[in-house]
Design a protein around this ligand. Structure first.
Ligand SMILES: C[S@@+](CC[C@H](N)C(=O)[O-])C[C@H]1O[C@@H](n2cnc3c(N)ncnc32)[C@H](O)[C@@H]1O
Length: 219
């Protein structure tokens, strides 16, 4: 069996108890090194740890698939929650591990933490990720439209092609008021967490690749 678990935004105590129990008994635990580091204190000390990067991901995922077919309980760790900008990675479990139906255990997304910090209810907001392969033109249009309709937007930028400064410039080019409020969060729940509050006209600096924006519509 392969479990796809969200290990949260960075604070190692922000994991569902079910995930902690699973990590304590799993015989194989896989994921990107930075993601594994978040949850490492919960790992079964006997587990085989399969750490991967973008380049060796296919063969490492194939190994996870093989170990799962041999009867091991395998856990693949995702940053935050799988259901927030995680499906491209989930797809690798299907294609490389050859597991058509991994069991998803949701985690806490960085988007949910940002929503909490800014008191943004999801029913008044849209969630948009630019952190994906392929064309993002429709997502850009959707963002501008949502703001024009009075929604807030919780936005994951695309390192390094469409970062907060580019997103804000795009919005002004799309006739969104420069006075619109934007908050950028770096490293949410990490000891290095930072929060920046400004207008989209003032949003010109370079932020970390681990950053997320909350844009509030003009009143
Ligand atoms: C591929 S997306 C995955 C999001 C993840 N599934 C989640 O639920 O948080 C990765 C991007 O999410 C954002 N992100 C993830 N964790 C973050 C954190 N702790 N603080 C700020 N942004 C974060 C960053 O923009 C990062 O580049």
């Amino acid at each position: 069996m392969i479990y796809a678990v969200g290990i949260g935004p960075g604070d190692p105590d922000l994991l569902p108890y079910k995930t902690v129990l699973l990590l304590r008994k799993a015989s194989v635990i896989a994921g990107f090194e930075t993601v594994l580091n978040v949850a490492r204190k919960h790992f079964n000390p006997e587990a085989a740890i399969i750490s991967m990067g973008y380049k060796d991901q296919p063969e490492k995922m194939e190994l996870v698939g093989e170990l799962s077919r041999q009867g091991n309980t395998c856990v693949v760790c995702f940053m935050g929650d799988v259901n927030f900008s995680g499906y491209e990675y989930l797809e690798r479990i299907v294609t490389h591990c050859k597991e058509p139906n991994p069991e998803i255990i949701p985690g806490i997304s960085s988007a949910q933490i940002a929503a909490g910090r800014t008191r943004t209810a999801f029913e008044t907001a849209v969630f948009i990720t630019f952190h994906k392969r392929g064309d993002i033109a429709q997502d850009k249009e959707f963002l501008a439209l949502a703001l024009k309709q009075g929604k807030s937007a919780i936005v994951i930028p695309l390192p390094w092609d469409f970062m907060p400064a580019d997103i804000c410039q795009y919005l002004m080019d799309s006739h969104i008021s420069g006075k619109t409020k934007v908050e950028v969060f770096e490293h949410l729940t990490w000891p290095t967490e930072k929060r920046y509050t400004m207008t989209i006209a003032d949003c010109k600096q370079t932020f970390s690749d681990v950053s997320l924006m909350v844009i509030s519509p003009s009143k």
